[in-house]
Design a protein around this ligand. Structure first.
Ligand code: APR
Length: 233
């Protein structure tokens, strides 16, 4: 892809699967074990904050037991050596892209190692359990919550993402089912702006038909191979 200068890369839970983190929609995935409406909606947080905080405490604790895999590391290598723009947009709330070396990265669905004050919008790094009604260090309100975008809430930094898609020569989607909007619509937005589109996924996603090219297989093999092609071009 010799003329791909500006890249936008979208990742989903599939890129972290081989690190040992569960995806959402596989038969034994997170949404098979927990109802979304119990742990990932503003209503759930209001109704049973202890359950919601425990769910994210469990997922935050899991981060200590996993490592980045060759797919995360390959994307960091691409960022370090790519001559043009590269924006990595992840739907994931884990920290494996950062630990794999990526820097120009944004978490559109939030991050497990961050807490958000529901009263003043202050964000702060957070490791370990986050109890309900923890006091915000900025405003003092007992209103710290997981810094996670729940269903029904607006994903973060959408204007920045759309501006990057408008400039993209190539949009690559890795390890996502294409089940959740607005991320699932990025491929069509990128195409409308004239970008070429590539999907790297274990199985065809819901949006596969929209991609110019779709490669099927595990991310730990597909992503290093693709990055090798890009850096050789
Ligand atoms: N390599 C590549 N792809 C993989 C691998 C792997 N080793 N393992 C699984 N996949 C693919 C699956 O085939 C599936 O298409 O990753 C995708 C995971 O899909 P989901 O479980 O739906 O996860 P994701 O697409 O990230 O979900 C999007 O939904 O629940 C919300 O906010 C949550 O960010 C999440 C969003």
């Amino acid at each position: 892809m010799p003329d791909s200068n500006a890249l936008v890369i979208l990742t989903g839970a599939g890129i972290s699967a081989e690190s040992g983190l569960e995806t959402f929609r596989s038969e034994d995935g997170l949404w098979a074990q927990h109802r979304i409406e119990d742990v990932c909606t503003p209503q759930a947080l209001a109704r049973d904050p202890a359950l919601v905080h425990r769910f994210y405490d469990m997922r935050r604790a899991a981060l200590d037991r996993v490592e980045p895999n060759p797919a995360h590391e390959a994307l960091a290598r691409l960022e370090a050596h790519w001559p043009g723009e590269l924006l990595l947009v992840t739907q994931n709330v884990d920290d494996l892209h950062e630990r794999g070396g990526s820097r120009n990265l944004l978490h559109m669905h939030g991050a497990l190692n961050s807490a958000l004050c529901a009263a003043c919008d202050h964000r702060l790094p957070w490791t370990g359990p986050l109890p309900p009604a923890a006091a915000c260090p900025t405003c003092g309100a007992p209103a710290l919550r997981p810094d996670i975008v729940f269903f029904g809430e607006m994903p973060y930094q959408m204007a920045r993402i759309e501006a990057a898609l408008a400039r993209a020569d190539l949009f690559v989607s890795i390890g996502t089912s294409g089940a959740v909007y607005p991320a699932a619509g990025f491929v069509r937005m990128a195409q409308a702006y004239g970008a070429r589109t590539l999907e790297l996924n274990l199985e065809p996603s819901e949006g596969s038909a929209w991609f110019d090219e779709s490669r099927l297989g595990p991310a730990s093999q597909l992503v290093p191979a693709w990055v090798g092609e890009m850096l050789a071009s």
